[in-house]
Design a protein around this ligand. Structure first.
Ligand code: NAI
Length: 332
């Protein structure tokens, strides 16, 4: 089987080449993202492997079908960037890695909270300049605070347990409740109640039509004054311009984002010699109480091993006509 790889980073190549030793696929790696203009790079291929910021639109799927592609392997959990209807129309199957390391993302969300709260990033820089002052570094005890978790799937559940471990009161909102979370002490509440009760709100639901701009002017208005918002899920869950307005007014006390609405033009690249044209991200970067990481929540050794092995196993299952346990299907 020939596999064409898009948005390749050095670490992708390292992990996939290592795991491919036991699969033996012919892999061609491209650094560029998949788009209408780059699909032509494919020199006949049975499969493509893509990541979060490759846009697999109807037009791209048409081109893929013409190149002989029969399966799209997402090396990530989210699939909001694939036109699933178009894939069905062109008889192309879509597989993903539903869970690689929920711990990686949940722990990153916790790290963002700890950084924003205890300002360790500022302390690190200060000490290097022999500035031993504590002024401006005061945080708050997490113990006893209320954490609102939106989405208690694989990642949200691990995150809830971490926060319970800190001695927090954890309230959650999801379209379906998890019994194991209720047993662990998580309290499910309606969304408006979660927003008004929480000192910290963390998003762990997928991006879809229902959740697009879940955090908007109205929902921000329901939040506690000075609350912290954490988004390690997908950028489109929050209306960034409205969030900036809330940061300016002090309504939001802190923001931690590992994902951003327009991240495909920025993230995973070194743009240090470039002028950033995106004024929204530039404004966000200017706030002292905003922490941005460039979609690194997943990025642990354990997760990369799991991503490579599951992606290649998904393709092996397709090749051998086995049941595709990780197939993405249109929900009815
Ligand atoms: P999951 O599918 O296990 O859990 C998602 C949960 O959200 C489910 O419990 C579902 O019922 C709930 N949900 C769906 N619609 C909802 C709605 N309208 N309101 C409230 N809850 C809703 O997914 P998992 O593995 O926990 O991942 C969550 C998200 O994290 C992914 O969709 C992806 O966007 C993001 N992610 C981010 C990564 C990063 O590196 N920052 C890496 C991996 C995933």
């Amino acid at each position: 089987m020939k596999l064409t790889f898009f948005s390749t980073q050095t670490y992708d190549k390292t992990f996939f080449e290592e795991h491919n030793k036991s699969f033996g696929f012919a892999i061609e790696f491209f650094e560029v993202a998949l788009s209408e203009s780059t699909a032509n790079l494919i020199d006949k291929s049975d499969a493509i492997c893509v990541f979060v910021n490759d846009r697999i639109t109807l037009a791209v799927i048409k081109l893929l079908a013409a190149k002989g592609v029969k399966v799209i392997a997402l090396r990530c959990a989210g699939f909001n960037n694939v036109d699933l209807m178009a894939a069905v129309q062109y008889n192309i199957r879509v597989v993903r890695v539903p869970a690689y390391s929920p711990h990686a993302v949940a722990e990153h969300a916790a790290a963002m909270i700890m950084t924003l709260n205890r300002k360790t990033h500022k302390a690190y820089n200060r000490i290097r300049e022999q500035n031993f002052s504590l002024s401006g570094l005061m945080g708050f005890d997490l113990f006893g605070k209320t954490i609102g978790v939106i989405g208690t799937g694989n990642i949200g559940m691990v995150f809830c347990k971490i926060m319970l471990g800190f001695g927090c009161r954890v309230v959650a909102y999801d379209i379906k409740k998890e019994d194991s979370m209720i047993e662990a002490g998580v309290i499910y509440v309606p969304l408006d109640e979660l927003l008004s009760a929480s000192d910290i709100v963390s998003l762990h639901c997928p991006l879809n039509k229902e959740t697009h701009y879940l955090i908007n002017q109205d929902t921000i208005g329901m939040m506690k004054n000075g609350a912290m918002l954490i988004n390690t899920s997908r950028g489109g869950l929050i209306d960034t311009k409205k969030v900036i307005k809330a940061l300016k007014s002090g309504k939001l006390g802190a923001l931690g984002i590992d994902v951003y609405e327009q991240e495909e033009t920025l993230f995973f690249q070194n743009l240090s010699e470039h002028i950033i044209a995106d004024d929204v991200i530039s404004r966000l970067i200017s706030f002292p109480n905003v922490l941005i990481t460039s979609h690194q929540g997943f990025f642990t050794k354990e997760a990369m091993d799991q991503i490579a092995s599951t992606t290649l196993a998904n393709l092996k299952a397709f090749e051998s006509g086995a049941i595709l346990v990780n197939e993405v299907k249109i929900s009815k």
